[in-house]
Design a protein around this ligand. Sequence first.
Ligand code: FUB
Ligand code: ZN
Length: 663
Amino acid sequence: MAHPQETFSRTSFPSSSFISRRRQVVYENTLLYQLNVLKTTGRYEAFKLEWHPTYDDKPNVWPVPNHLFWDSDVAKWIEGACYFLQWRNNAEIDAAVKELVEMIRSAQQPDGYLNIHFTVVEPAKRFTNLRDLHELYNAGHLIEAALAHSQHYQNDLLMEPILKYVDLLYKTFGPGPEQKHGYPGHPEIELALLRLYTKTKDPRHYAFGRYFIEERGNPKGQYGHHYYDVESEARGESSNERPVYLPASQSYWYQQAHVPIVDQHTIEGHSVRAMYLLTAVADLVRMEGTDVSNPKLDALHRLWSNMVDKKMYLTGGIGAMKQWEGFGIDYFLPSGTDEGGCYAETCAAIGVMMLAERLLQLELDRKYADILELCFYNAVMTGMSVHGTQFTYVNQLASSESDLSKRAEWFTCACCPPNVTRLLGYIGGYLWTSNLVDQRLAINVHMYSSAKLAIPIGDSTVEIEQKSNWPWEGKIQFALRNTSAAPTTIRLRIPGWATQWKISPAPSSTELVNGYLTLSPEWLQANPSFELDIPLQPRYISPHPYTNQDIIALARGPLVYCLEDVDNPWVNDHFKGLVLDPAGTINEIPASIPGAEEPYIGLTALNAASFVKTDSGQSPHRPPEYITIESTEEVKELHFIPYALRDNRGGRGQMRVGIRRKH
Ligand code: FUB
Ligand code: ZN
């Protein structure tokens, strides 16, 4: 079973593209920048297990110590570094990985335990609070780091201590009478264990990942009670003593642990946790087989649809609720803090990409790939500045005075920045998937860019190269070189938003199956070079009417656009009062960000702006005439920039994606 974290190494980026330029920035700037932050904040040396002054800090969110995920920050950086080192060596990064691995090895306790906080700060409290304290989450990230490390270095220097730690965990947790019937409050180890199994083929790793998934939400898991209740009682906590992210006692929907996964009907709670969990569930389904009816697959379908149809922002972001960093009720998708909330954490969108890719592997359907691409180009790429040294955690669709559209150099809870790093390290694995069955090869192309895929078959190789200026231009040149005897089929995703497309030379059938066009081995033998043209034109998109937001946003291809004060300096209300006439003309304007490599296409709406005006009226029963729409001569042009590129040119941090629609 293939995962993008392994298959990415078959993809190279011989010519320049949006993706290759982002990768170059991460390789040149981000990795070293983040390494420096790891060092200056104490994370780098934390596996030396010495006391750090920050360990005395009062938690920002009780009971979660601020440094609790340092293990995962380091692990994600190692993982990302190993992906990039496979591509191109860098002595400083290589040396840092090696030193970190030595420190991790030396931090392992004689029984295999491996965790910074519970070794240095609270050794007596190991495994006493799985609900809140992230031991298993950190372990999962260490496993993923070890997988990337062994893939790159071809040694077991990191894998060895990690396997020893997994052995300890395997002994500690499970269905046995002497074992804890627990599972992590923050899923991550499940997907890591299932990936580990594909490498080790150790059935315990499979069983362990499966156990965590299936035990989750068991109302009678431990001594006839929910595991988290038993755990908190053992800690002597009263039922009203709970973290702020649990709105009521036992609101275990926050951790997707209110009921077993197969009984969950709507996507709830913390959005990153939900995505990591469902990613693992999809892997488990893939391992169990989809030929028989599988209630886990039904759950995946239900939860995916609920999320995409009712709980996803125009940008692909998920999570409206700041309190629990996650989903609100259906259709609750306000654009910003002062409009009801908007969270859309970068990691959550990365999680959607992971889940979408797993679902694509289960069933080839562009509905998954469309969302994968939407998230990548908007909700994820907006998380890092063009220079790769500033990041966002929360990605609102509208700024406010309390939450300006501004990136930060780092965060106390720093999950997002290294997550973007590692994602760009293995992004090649998301562009396409392939499978070889009975010596017949199928390549499914999900995302367009400039990239080359090389698949070894015996002593020969099948190579497919795509060349394009995606997402700025929609023409993609393909070349297939097949020196093997394996007949090869290519399936091309035609995005759901594409109203026109053309392939030349034209195949005899252009029928789409689930949004993919199939090019047969025979056709490809006659036409190893061909061109797909998906014209990219500005279009309007809007959220579901049940969101009660009569707004429109501009999109072009996979990119969603926003307004910023830098281009529209007259703004003083975060574009709240702006009204946009969809009948206005939209011009495409080539532009660039000073000092950055990324040229982009800006959009300008001409004579489309007017403003809401309110007369004095009796509150709250105002007559409809109280609101009028006024045109203004002064704002003839509205300038839009891709949301992914916001906050790269200074400004006051005023930004908005969805604008009130003029009727
Ligand atoms: O808890 C670990 C990570 O930090 C989560 O995934 C993020 O939401 C942030 O809370
Ligand atoms: Zn995050």
